[in-house]
Design a binder for this molecule. Structure first.
Ligand code: AMP
Length: 138
């Protein structure tokens, strides 16, 4: 299927929708998930127009995993959790809801309950201090 240039993350990349960014470079962007499954839930996307991992160039894939590794380390340190879960869904059949490739970075701890997909929008005022902690840990 053709890439939808008006998907939410394409619009975030163009600056048409707000984001709470924690990291950005020439090829990638990391920002807070607006409906976090758990505190510290962060997303990493390539700037390249790619719907799934199968559409991404090898260079885009390398850059995206590099940023995911870097930001995952910062999320782990900032949230003080022992575990980090990464998730990346390809296609609606796999549960992908935004058709622009993204990695989920999810802090995990024993006994910390989590629904993989968040259901409740969280106010920017709540997300901003968490983002600040992650940025400080980069
Ligand atoms: P997926 O189901 O893997 O496609 O995940 C999409 C994720 O994007 C979900 O966890 C949503 O909460 C998140 N999301 C949707 N819209 C926004 C937005 N405007 N800003 C940040 N995260 C978003």
């Amino acid at each position: 299927m053709a890439y939808d240039t008006n998907n939410i993350f394409a619009r975030i990349l163009r600056g048409e929708l707000p984001k709470i960014a924690v990291y950005e470079d020439d090829l990638t962007l990391a920002f807070m998930d607006i409906m976090p499954a758990v505190e510290g839930h962060t997303l990493v996307i390539p700037k390249e127009a790619a719907e799934t991992i199968l559409d991404l160039s090898p260079e885009g894939a390398a850059a995206t995993i590099r940023t995911t590794q870097k930001v995952a380390a910062a999320v782990k340190k900032a949230l003080g959790v022992p575990g980090i879960m990464l998730a990346q869904l390809n296609g609606t059949a796999a549960g992908q809801s935004v058709p622009h490739l993204h990695f989920h970075i999810l802090p995990r701890a024993h006994g910390l309950e989590m629904n993989f997909h968040g259901r409740k929008m969280v106010d920017a005022k709540v997300l901003m201090p968490v983002a600040e902690k992650i940025r400080a840990a980069l």
